[in-house]
Design a protein around this ligand. Structure first.
Ligand SMILES: [Zn+2]
Ligand SMILES: [Zn+2]
Length: 338
């Protein structure tokens, strides 16, 4: 699913897991011990590896994302430095939940860019977590994205994924609710996934009947999209292709194109001829090779400074030597009380 370069950078990222230079209330582990005992995740499923640290909590921090059991008081557990994920140390080896760093903006106005991580691939956590969970169940259920769920269940799940303090456990959510949550999220965006100004490029590119001939103009149309739209579209295309390939789901490329055409384009000028045109565009997109879509999902390293919006990160770094020396410097300058 992902190219070699991305996988290499994922493996390199593993080297970051042991560090906690300033940890005061945290335990530290030798990297090799940690690597061997707690980190045999299945990297082929993950876009980005978690940047774990061991942490002991003395307050209620909720449940483990993997097993959904409580993280116990005063017992070491794992927390990711880059995303809001917490799990038991024993559960780490089974973890399939992706590391999706939180967006920089805290006010979500409804544009896709408000919901994506600050480093590529810029795909919202809501989409990645739902898709990963849907696929982890083996794509065996008939009618994914066709069967509906209740409005209340979808709303609750959406709220957990967008507003929750930690990455929620999704193992107890039914698959159709996960699918509806993805659909509803895409529908609620201020600008559709293929925005109005880019629609013409996609229509022209896909007028070639041969998917191979469409590849070059399509690539140019993709490059022109805002990055959050480009990455999310590529990620969803790969997911929908896997759905179409699973006979048990009974969702052909045509079915997927019919369901998502009005959602991915703009429904301002929704009429029959537009819908037919958009369905044709989506069919051609879905017929592109998985390699075509995977090229847009490069994993970009996350710069530590990017974590500035993370409250816990700020608290920890407040005690870092560099900040301490700044404080000391200022105290000597203006005689600040401690
Ligand atoms: Zn657990
Ligand atoms: Zn993470």
């Amino acid at each position: 699913m992902y190219d070699e370069q991305s996988m290499d950078s994922l493996l390199d990222d593993r080297l970051r897991i042991h560090m906690n230079p300033n940890g005061s209330d945290e335990l530290s582990l030798q990297r090799d011990d940690f690597y061997a005992s707690a980190y045999p995740q299945s990297p082929q499923l993950l876009l980005r590896q978690h940047n774990f640290k061991l942490k002991v909590y003395y307050s209620n921090v909720g449940n483990c994302v993997q097993c959904n059991k409580r993280i116990r008081f005063a017992v070491a557990s794992l927390r990711c430095r880059d995303c809001p994920l917490r799990c038991h140390t024993d559960c780490c080896s089974q973890l399939t939940v992706n590391c999706i760093p939180q967006p920089l903006v805290s006010t979500k106005r409804g544009h896709l860019s408000d919901f994506v991580p600050r480093a590529a691939p810029m795909v919202p956590a809501l989409i990645v977590h739902c898709v990963t969970e849907i696929e982890a169940r083996g794509l065996e259920q008939e009618g994914l994205y066709r069967v509906s769920s209740t409005r209340e269940k979808v709303k609750r799940l959406r709220h957990k994924l967008l507003r929750g303090k930690a990455t929620p456990h999704l193992g107890d959510k039914d698959t159709h609710t996960l699918c509806c949550c993805v659909k509803e999220f895409l529908r609620s965006l201020e600008r559709p996934l293929i925005p109005m100004y880019h629609r013409r490029d996609f229509v022209l590119a896909t007028q070639q009947t041969d998917p191979l001939a469409a590849e070059e103009p399509l690539y140019l149309a993709m490059v022109d999209l805002p990055q959050s739209h480009r990455d999310t579209l590529a990620f969803l295309m790969l997911h929908w292709q896997r759905i179409a390939q699973s006979p048990a789901v009974k969702m052909s490329i045509n079915n997927i194109a019919v369901i998502f055409a009005p959602t991915l384009f703009d429904d301002v000028d929704l009429n029959l001829s537009n819908i037919v045109l958009w369905q044709q565009v989506l069919r051609v997109l879905l017929l592109q090779s998985p390699g075509f879509w995977a090229q847009f999902l490069e994993v970009e390293p996350l710069l530590p400074a990017c974590s500035l919006d993370d409250e816990e990160w700020k608290r920890e770094n407040y005690h870092s030597p560099s900040w301490q020396s700044v404080k000391t410097y200022f105290r000597s300058m203006v005689n600040l009380a401690d």
